[in-house]
Every structure is written in C-alpha cells, then in structure tokens.
Ligand binder design. Structure first.
Ligand code: PLP
Length: 403
C-alpha cells in the first residue's frame, strides 16, 4: 500500500484474489497522483534527498531506487504481476527471452556443471548452450523431451539443471512435469520450464513441482507483436542470484516494454482461451481434410499425450502443426496459396502466422537431426491468432486446394 491519500485508499487489497483479478491489478503501486492506469517511469537514474540518503541507498541500508539497471518501478510492477500469476516468490524481468535463459544459467551454473536440455527446444536456445555456454565449461546433453526414464539415465553427479519446453515447438510434445521434477530433485538438480507456449493462463509449472519458469514475454505475454522481453521466476534464493547477474551484466527490461507487457497481462487469459478455441476448431477441421496426412495438436484425442495435456494444462494453446501431401513442394504450395495469414516464423500475436519449419526455424539442422526432431519436409506450422476462425479456415482452404 502506498501512503495515505487524505486517509483514503489508493491501492487494491488483493488478498486471496483469483488469477483474472491478479492479471489486471497485481503489482500496481499508485503514486500520490492517484493515476488509475500503471505509470510509466522513463528514467535512467533517481535523485536522493541528501548525500547521506545516497550513501545509505548505495550501501543497501535503506530501500529505494538508485539506477534503472538495478530497479525501475514499472519493471517491478510487471515482475510482481508475473510472480503473482505464476505463483512464484519472485520474478525477474529481462531484455528478451534469450537473456532470461542466459541470466538463469549464468546465475545458477558454473564451469564443470552439467545441464540437461530437452532435445526439441527453441533454436537459439540450442545455439546458446552449444556455441557459447559450452565454451565456458558447461556440459550439456539433450534427452528426448517426453522420456522421463531417459532423463534419469542422462543424469551425472554434477547435473545441476534440467531445462524443458512443454509443450514443444512445433510438434506440441509434452513431458510430465511433476514426474520430471521428481527425477531432477532426486538428482540434486533444478527443473526449469520455458512456459512460453502456454503462459500461466494455461499452465503453472511451479505448482506441478518445477523450480524455475522462463518466459519469452515477446510472445503471448505481449500478445500483439510489439516488444521484446523475458522473465525468470521462482524461489527468492535463486532469483536473487539472477538479479545479481542482471544488475552487473545489464540485459534488463526497458520500462516501456514492461508497461506494454503489464497491459498484455490484463487480457492474457481471455486471449489464450480464444487462441486455444480457434486452434482446436482448426485442428479438428484439418484432421478431416484429405490433403492432410497428420495433425499435431494436444487438444486432439488422437494426440498421444492428450490425457497428460488435459491433466497439466487448462488449454492447449495456439500452435497447430500438420503434414501435407506432396512433401516439401506441397508444404510450400500450401503456404504460398494463403492470402491473409502472415508468412512468418514468429508467434504469440493476434495475427495468425504460417511457417515451414524444415527450411526456416529448423533449416540449419542436418536432415538426420531434423528427422530425429520429427520435423518432416511436409510439415507446416500455424500459430492461430485472434481473427475470425471462419476467415482463417477459408485461407487454409486455399492452401488445401493448391496441394
Ligand atoms: C521466442 C522464444 C524464445 C526466445 O525469446 P526472445 O524474446 O525472442 O529472446 C525462447 N523460448 C521460446 C519457446 C520461444 O518461442
């Protein structure tokens, strides 16, 4: 609560508030101006009342802002709102999703530590571990996402961290997060989940036993394709290490982007439900089309992990992938025949996007690596936006007609 304003109330009491209420209100601390919307603090530094005040703040003896690489009130409001939604003790915002992953590893791992990363993670995540972190003495192995026994078998005495994306991109494969958390903990490791595809609106991995959440806020937290940002969330002890790294190394979140994300969070659940409903309708329809060989969507009863998805998620998300007849040429013809959907590999937007993973996001893998990741040449990925479903369907029907 901020200070008395004529002995009245400026802030909301959120004790016991539900997800949708927290999404709209958590983290906001009103200034004495009494603004209703979240204020945007565009400042790199802060003034002190006296030289002694400056000294005390620098020494950490009194709380207060010093410099926006350390703290910024708009960024803090975003961090507190995300922490409330994920059920985390603390959330730390970063400049991008990739800097969230980097900050987590730099804060929690040292040379000689071993990390297990699920095989089918975001391409830049693989490059970060393979090209850079390995150079600094971090050992990395890549077990298949869903095979919990395989994770146990891959553990070594120095295994410090498990890192997964569930559901995976683009094939919507899942891991049983509660079971994997048990394996991680039995081996003295932490489990980090990149919750980018579900967001806390559809899945809360900390409640399933995971220790750390990673977000690319660039995707559904923004939800409208405007800003880059990221989050690391979890227990205070580990998050303080992440804060320490960020303050020193600097990939902190811009207050402007934090403000945009605060607005994004206010509509997160209704957007994720609408994305999921559209994706479900399109996945069911695609499964009936003769030009489609296979559809990957965890909301379909034909998905091998449909029951697990129902257990650990409250929705199945926006991403639908499918294999078309006619190999790579068929996939390209399908994509090129669309007239509305955006041809782009990005996702997490109100605008529906379509991409050919084998020649874009997964194009640098060898054919053998692609086969192992299950990325066929005829695979098309659609991230369903918020347009009228009938219009998206009509556009995909142009693709089908071109096969
Ligand atoms: C986009 C993405 C990232 C990287 O996030 P940026 O904000 O682009 O740095 C990490 N993980 C997943 C699953 C993503 O989709």
């Amino acid at each position: 609560m901020s200070q008395d304003w004529d002995a009245g109330r400026l802030d909301s009491d959120l004790e016991g508030a539900a997800f949708d209420t927290l999404a709209v209100r958590a983290g906001q601390l009103r200034t004495p101006e009494g603004e209703h919307g979240e204020p945007l603090f565009f400042t790199s530094s802060y003034v002190f009342r006296t030289a002694a005040d400056a000294a005390a703040r620098f020494a950490g003896e009194v709380p207060g802002n010093v410099y926006s690489r350390y703290t910024n009130p708009t960024v803090r409001a975003f961090e507190e709102r995300i922490a409330a939604l994920e059920g985390a003790e603390q959330a730390v915002a970063t400049a991008s999703g990739m800097s969230a992953i980097l900050a987590m590893v730099m804060a929690l791992c040292s040379a000689g530590d071993h990390v297990l990363v699920s095989r089918s993670v975001f391409g830049s995540t693989i490059s970060l571990f393979e090209k850079y972190l390995k150079r600094f003495g971090i050992q990395v192995d890549y077990p298949p996402l869903a095979d919990v026994a395989g994770w146990q078998a891959a553990c070594k005495p120095n295994t410090k961290l498990f890192f997964v994306e569930s559901p995976s991109n683009p094939l919507a494969e899942l891991v049983d997060i509660a079971a994997l958390a048990e394996v991680a903990h039995a081996n003295g490791a932490l489990l980090a989940v990149d919750n980018c595809f579900c967001t806390p609106a559809l899945q809360q991995p900390l409640k399933l036993g995971a220790d750390i959440i990673i977000h690319s806020a660039t995707k559904y937290i923004d939800g409208q394709g405007r800003c880059l940002g990221g989050v690391v969330a979890g227990r205070k002890a580990q998050m303080q290490e992440v804060v320490g790294f960020l303050r020193t190394a600097g990939p902190t979140l811009s207050p402007f982007n934090a403000w945009v994300f605060l607005k994004g969070l206010e509509t997160l659940r209704i957007r994720m439900q609408a994305h999921s409903a559209g994706a479900q309708a399109l996945a069911e329809w695609l499964e009936q089309q003769p030009g489609i060989e296979k559809v990957y969507y965890a909301g379909l009863p034909s998905h091998p992990q449909h029951e697990l998805a129902k257990r650990q998620q409250t929705g199945f998300g926006a991403v639908v992938s499918f294999e078309v007849k006619g190999g790579k040429q068929g996939a390209w013809r399908f994509i090129d025949a669309t007239r509305m959907i955006s041809i782009t590999t990005n996702l997490g937007d109100t605008k529906t996007t379509i991409a050919h993973p084998a020649t874009t996001s997964h194009g640098r893998l060898t054919p053998a690596e692609r086969a192992q990741a299950g990325i066929a040449d005829n695979l098309v990925r659609v991230a369903v936006g918020l347009e009228e479903v009938a219009d998206i369907k009509a556009d995909l029907a142009r693709g089908l007609a071109a096969l």
